[in-house]
Design a protein around this ligand. Structure first.
Ligand SMILES: [Zn+2]
Ligand SMILES: [Zn+2]
Length: 252
């Protein structure tokens, strides 16, 4: 548990590091920093995954979004604030069932639910190396990013990282995360020369991509944030008509 808290403290350091390197997304990283502070505090206050019991805490997140969020987040907030706690819970239950909402609501709900679902993930016995599927073994959401790292059990293994609860699990490195295609000649990799640690794995069969953060090149990376810091790759992919398997929390 202490290790998990340290990890969350490190997230904040990484966001500062990334901001220095990526001035073009500094405003987004600043906002994420404030939201991560909220998530870290919430994580230290809760003991289990019972988010409904702590629904009041979401009003603190609303304040953070009000103070630091984009105009479109503030607009969505105005509507959410009108809801009773019960209706807010219903809306989030629907989100958890359907796994979809507008980008702004999705951002707010995932940010609030993440500490709770992380607790759930930590208390679940997951065979990280045996799951091998394209949805999260804990919450059923999809991974928004993947990474390669050397572990004791698997050298150069590729892991998927869940957009909701941050659970990570092993997945075939040379296999499309959407359609399962594993033919070398229809999987393509794109990266920027200056940042070789962030690659796009594009499947030419289903036109889908996921980012791969190579932790062997940058061991300090935090995949979910390095994904957002390298937003230029997603903008490039969008121009080419490639579709991201699952959007990051900011909706891109
Ligand atoms: Zn999950
Ligand atoms: Zn595919």
């Amino acid at each position: 548990m202490l290790f998990k808290l340290r990890e969350r403290e490190y997230y904040l350091e990484r966001l500062v590091m990334l901001k220095d390197k990526h001035a073009e997304v500094a405003h987004i990283l600043d906002f994420l920093y404030q939201v991560e502070l909220f998530k870290k505090d919430l994580y230290t206050q809760i003991k289990d995954s019972d988010w409904k019991r702590h629904i009041k805490k979401i009003y603190h997140l609303f304040e953070v979004c009000e103070a630091h969020g984009s105009p479109s987040i503030k607009e969505v907030l105005r509507e959410l604030k009108k809801l009773s706690k019960e209706d807010l819970i219903k809306k989030m239950e629907k989100f958890l069932r359907e796994k979809t909402a507008c980008d702004e609501e999705r951002f707010i709900f995932i940010s609030f639910l993440n500490p709770f679902f992380s607790k759930l993930s930590e208390s679940t016995d997951i065979k990280k190396d045996q799951w091998l599927k394209n949805t999260c073994p804990v919450c059923g959401f999809k991974p928004s990013v993947s990474y390669i790292s050397d572990a004791e059990e698997v050298e150069g293994g590729r892991y998927l990282s869940c957009v909701l609860c941050n659970t990570e699990w092993l997945y075939n490195r040379t296999k499309c995360v959407r359609c399962g295609n594993d033919e070398d000649d229809s999987l393509e990799y794109y990266y920027d020369e200056r940042e070789r640690y962030a690659l796009l794995q594009v499947c030419k069969k289903c036109n889908t991509y996921i980012k791969i953060i190579d932790m062997r090149i940058d061991g300090l990376a935090v995949p979910q944030f390095d994904d957002i810091a390298t937003l230029y790759l997603d903008l490039w992919a969008k121009e080419k008509g490639f579709i991201k398997f699952e959007k990051s929390i900011i909706g891109l």
